[in-house]
Ligand binder design. Structure first.
Ligand SMILES: [Zn+2]
Length: 320
């Protein structure tokens, strides 16, 4: 996927011809590698890699609702009187943040021979802002209080402001309602980071669809999403949440290609390409293709018997 499909679609979209690397040419026949890529606007690989490397990145900054929240605080009467602009409410800029921790809420301890660790900032008590900034209240809450809210709490708190509430509600729908707005992104698990990326794509979809509607209902071009074994390390409940997001992306007119062994995911696909017959060097051949129901009837596919069980709704015991 990473060495063929992703670069091939990318180059097709960029108007250039994909050339497989010398190593891949052994496996990929020469010539045009992909057909139909023009149906897509972009291609995007969604993985479990972390979002942001510092505590300056949080779920709120990643899905961009933080910009709207800062704007809201900057427009409050107290802010106008005091001359506080939206940037005053940024923990990444001087002015409103706590200068003892540079708005990080924590101080990095560098210890020789030991991995560095963080302790809460004593000046702001981990709240990232200076006292003057925290005096500005919206519905009795300061920006520091807001950063302590979970996504779900904030979606209710800002219910009257759709620009803030809508993206947050999407995160709630994708099972991320328990994350705190100010939680440092590096502390998210791989599965959480992956879902946050997918949910962010959904929020972009909303904006794009609205823009397109203004442009006389022209059908927006879709995105091709590539996911390689997205269920690795996920609990069953997380797999179901992931499926929900993937279905939503497809419902909005996008295409999702997933490489996966997890039968719950395979059974939910519109179309399966079963590659085998064995793993690794003994695989690489297309064994069966079609809808889950069709592949389940295949006599050659090793997946078929397990897929039949899943489709029938009987519990199976395939260790993945
Ligand atoms: Zn501080």
């Amino acid at each position: 996927m990473r060495s063929v499909l992703l670069p091939a679609v990318k180059s097709a979209l960029g108007g250039t011809r994909f050339r497989a690397s010398r190593d891949m040419q052994k496996h990929v026949p020469p010539g045009p590698a992909v057909f139909g890529a023009e149906a897509f606007e972009t291609v995007y690989e969604v993985d479990q890699s972390p979002i942001g490397k510092t505590s300056r990145s949080t779920p709120a900054t990643y899905i961009k609702v933080f910009d709207e929240i800062r704007k809201l605080y900057g427009q409050l009467p107290v802010s106008r009187v005091r001359g506080y602009s939206p940037s005053r409410f940024s923990f990444n800029a001087e002015g409103g943040r706590c200068e003892a921790c540079n708005g990080q809420g924590a101080i990095k301890l560098e210890m020789s021979f030991l991995p560095s660790s963080y302790v809460p900032c004593e000046d702001c008590g981990g709240r990232r802002y200076n006292p003057q900034t925290l005096e500005v209240l919206y519905n009795e809450k300061s920006i520091g209080d807001v950063m302590e809210m979970t996504v779900e709490q904030a979606a209710t708190f800002f219910a009257t402001n759709q620009k803030i509430a809508r993206p947050l509600s999407l995160l709630v729908d994708t099972g991320l309602g328990y994350l705190k707005l100010g939680q440092p992104s590096p502390t998210l698990s791989g599965g959480e980071a992956q879902r946050l990326k997918l949910a962010t794509e959904l929020t972009r979809g909303i904006g794009r669809a609205q823009n397109e509607r203004i442009r006389k209902m022209r059908k927006p071009k879709s995105t091709l999403y590539l996911l390689e074994e997205p269920t690795i390390g996920l609990h069953m409940a997380d797999v179901e949440l992931l499926l929900k997001v993937l279905h939503r992306l497809v419902d909005e007119g996008n295409t999702v290609i997933v490489i996966e062994h997890n039968l719950s995911i395979i059974a939910e696909a519109d179309y399966i390409v079963d590659i085998g017959p064995e793993a690794g060097a003994d695989g690489g051949e297309i064994v069966a293709t079609g809808t889950p129901e069709e592949v389940a009837q295949s006599r050659t596919s090793r997946t078929a018997p397990f897929l039949r069980d899943v489709l029938r709704g009987t519990p199976h015991s395939l260790s993945s």
